[in-house]
Design a protein around this ligand. Structure first.
Ligand code: FMN
Length: 341
C-alpha cells in the first residue's frame, strides 16, 4: 500500500496541472528534466472508455507513466458511477499515487456527456461517482473543480458539498465554468475558501489553481496565504518549461530541450509500437479494430509544442514554419541542429 502522497508533499508544494493534449507521458519527461514539480498529474481519461473493451487500449495508453513521473496522480472524468469504480480499482496496479476526479472541465463535449464542470450541476451524481471511486481503492482520491458553473458565489454551496466527502485534496481553479480562462483568477476568494476548508475538512489539502505561472509566484502566494497547501501550474509551462525552478532558460537551452523532447517522443513511439503488438497478440478484437496494422504515435500533435521552444529570437517564426512542414523527428532535428551551429 502506498499511503497518502498528499500528506508527504512539502508545504506550499507545486503541481503540474492536467492538460489534455499537453501533459502526456512524453512532455512530463521533458518537464522532469527541465525541473520537476512536487507532483505530476496525467491528462484526464474517460472512465467509460476504460470500462469498455473497445476503448480500453487507448485509455490504458493515457495511463502510461515514466519512472521520472513519480509521484503522479491519474485524473479521470465521466458520469457513470460503476465505471468510476472499475477504473479506480485498476489505478494502483498501474503505478499511480492518487486518483483525481475532474469536475471542472468546461469543454462542450465533456459537459454534454455529463462530465467535468457539468458535475457542479449534478452534485448528487458527482458525490456518487466520488464515493464509488473511493470504495474500491487504497489510493487517495481528490477532486479538481471550479468555483461554480455560472456564478462565482456558487462556490459557497458547491465546495462544502465536496469538502464533506473527506477528500485527500481539493484543487480549486479560481474561475467559473462560464468564465473559461478569459478573466483573471479570483485570488481574492482564497481566504474564504481556506475558511471553508478549515471548518469542514481540516485534513483535506487545498490546492489553488489559475494564473499561477511559476515557482516564484507560487512562493509569493504561499507567503501571502500560508494556509493553502499547494499551487498548481498549467499554462505557465508554455511560457517557460523550467517554471518549476528559478531558471530562465536562454535560446540555446530551449533548443536543446526541444531535441530532448524529440528523444522522449521517439523512445515512447517505439514503446507504443511494442505495446500494440503485444496487445494485438492477446486480444483478437483489438487486432481487428486496428486492422492488424501497427501505428506510430500521432506525429502532428508534436507540432503544438514548437512555440514553447522556438520563439523570441530573430528567425524564430521562419524556423517554426519550416518545422511545421516536417514529416518526422529526424527532419525536425536537422533543422534545429543547423540553427544551433
Ligand atoms: C490545453 C489545456 C488542456 C487542459 N486539460 C485539462 C484536463 O485534462 N484536466 C483538467 O482538470 N484541466 C485541464 N485544463 C485546465 C488546467 O488544468 C488548468 O486548470 C487551467 O489551465 C488553469 O490553470 P493555469 O492558469 O495555470 O493554466 C486544461 C487546460 C489547457 C490550457
Amino acid at each position: 500500500m502506498k499511503g497518502n502522497i498528499w500528506t508527504r508533499l512539502p508545504h506550499g508544494f507545486t503541481v503540474l496541472a492536467p492538460m489534455e493534449g499537453v501533459t502526456d507521458v512524453v512532455f512530463r519527461q521533458v518537464i522532469a528534466e527541465a525541473g520537476r514539480p512536487d507532483l505530476f498529474f496525467t491528462e484526464f481519461t474517460n472512465v467509460s472508455s476504460f470500462a469498455s473493451p473497445k476503448g480500453r487500449f487507448n485509455a490504458l495508453e493515457r495511463f502510461q507513466i515514466a519512472p521520472t513521473d513519480a509521484p503522479i496522480v491519474a485524473q479521470i472524468w465521466g458520469k457513470n458511477p460503476e465505471h468510476f469504480r472499475k477504473v479506480a480499482s485498476a489505478l494502483e496496479g498501474l503505478g499511480f499515487d492518487g486518483i483525481d476526479i475532474n469536475m471542472g472541465c468546461p469543454d462542450r463535449h465533456v459537459n454534454a456527456a455529463g462530465g467535468g464542470a457539468a458535475m457542479i450541476r449534478t452534485p448528487d451524481l458527482a458525490i456518487e461517482c466520488l464515493r464509488q471511486a473511493k470504495s474500491t481503492t487504497n489510493l487517495p482520491v481528490s477532486v479538481k473543480t471550479r468555483l461554480g458553473y455560472t456564478a462565482i458565489d456558487e462556490f459557497r454551496d458547491w465546495l462544502p458539498i465536496l469538502l464533506r466527502e473527506n477528500l485527500a485534496a481539493l484543487t480549486v481553479h479560481l474561475r467559473t465554468r462560464k468564465e473559461m480562462s478569459k478573466v483573471p483568477a479570483h485570488f481574492e476568494l482564497i481566504p474564504e475558501i481556506v475558511t471553508l476548508r478549515n471548518q469542514l475538512a481540516p485534513d483535506t489539502k487545498l490546492v489553488i489553481n489559475g494564473d499561477v505561472k511559476d515557482l516564484q509566484m507560487a512562493r509569493e502566494l504561499a507567503a501571502q496565504y500560508p494556509e493553502v497547501d499547494g499551487y498548481m501550474v498549467g499554462r505557465g509551462v508554455f511560457e517557460n518549461p523550467y517554471c518549476f525552478t528559478e531558471h530562465q532558460p536562454n535560446q540555446a537551452e530551449l533548443l536543446t530541450l526541444l531535441l530532448r523532447h524529440l528523444d522522449y517522443y521517439d523512445a515512447e513511439d517505439a514503446r507504443y509500437v511494442e505495446r500494440q503488438i503485444e496487445a494485438m497478440h492477446d486480444d483478437a478484437e483489438l487486432a481487428l479494430k486496428l486492422d492488424g496494422k501497427v501505428r506510430g504515435l500521432p506525429f502532428d500533435p508534436l507540432k503544438h509544442y514548437f512555440k514553447i521552444y522556438v520563439r523570441d529570437f530573430p528567425g524564430a517564426a521562419e524556423l517554426r514554419a519550416a518545422m511545421m512542414n516536417c514529416q518526422n523527428t529526424a527532419e525536425i532535428r536537422m533543422l534545429v541542429e543547423r540553427r544551433q551551429q
